[in-house]
Design a protein around this ligand. Sequence first.
Ligand code: PDD
Length: 277
Amino acid sequence: AIYFVDGQFTEKENLKISVEDRGYYFGDGVYEVIKVYEGELFTAEEHLNRLVESAMKIKLTIPFTQQQLFGIAKKLVQDNQIGTGHVYMQVTRGVAPRIHQFPDPTVAPVVIAYAVNNPRPEKAIGNGVPVKSVADVRWLRCDIKSLNLLGNVLAKQEAFEAGCTEAVLHRDGVVTEGSSSNLFGVKDGKVYTHPANNLILNGITRQVVLKLCREQGIQVEETPFTLDEAFAMDEFFLTSTTSEITPITSIDGRPIGTGKPGAFTVDLQKAFATQFP
Ligand code: PDD
């Protein structure tokens, strides 16, 4: 596999990453996951915009333009002959001895990227998944797509150990998002999701779904709702780059609606499928 590291395209076996990379020490960096459908990058511009925004929010300057980053992603897809899969990109604050404050400004950020084949999770998308509620104990800048993912990792693991696919994170009973996805409820034909503030990552898939809903004249409420309200939704689903629109069939073992993917969610999946090749 061809990887992009430090300005060069290299075979995975040949690449070198320093043990003093601040990503490794501190999770001091940002990342993106961009979906590839039949060799075509999906919503790449939106993802690269967000990468630059995340970097700005942590006072990190990416040493490439967005156009260059797009070129890198495209070349990785082509050279690795990716059909359906994704591109991963991350930028860290570079290599320096371990001190918490930023290193000398001459230290260059480290940009790495690769592309992998990864089939669409058709079973989950078709059948839906069970989820588990988990307290959201993450920091207050969840709008940054940061490499610091310990809160997300622990939440996902807790869900997995309970036989669930995703965690429904909640702050004092208010549902925020999944550990690696955004969450939506449907009640009486209206769509509810947490507003895009500092408590969630404003997912690109989330934004596509909101756009599709508005185009179809479906009422959307970007307003916080509680876990109790979530249990009472007619339908519930999650969105992410890799999970697309995945129906949620139960929360904490309690069925949502009929306990099967709902008609609204299935219609939305169909509308979503028209957006890519
Ligand atoms: N996760 N919220 C969190 C905390 C996420 O990590 C993600 C994405 C999302 C959905 O964002 P998007 O629709 O832009 O993928 C929401 C990626 C896929 C990951 O970490 O693998």
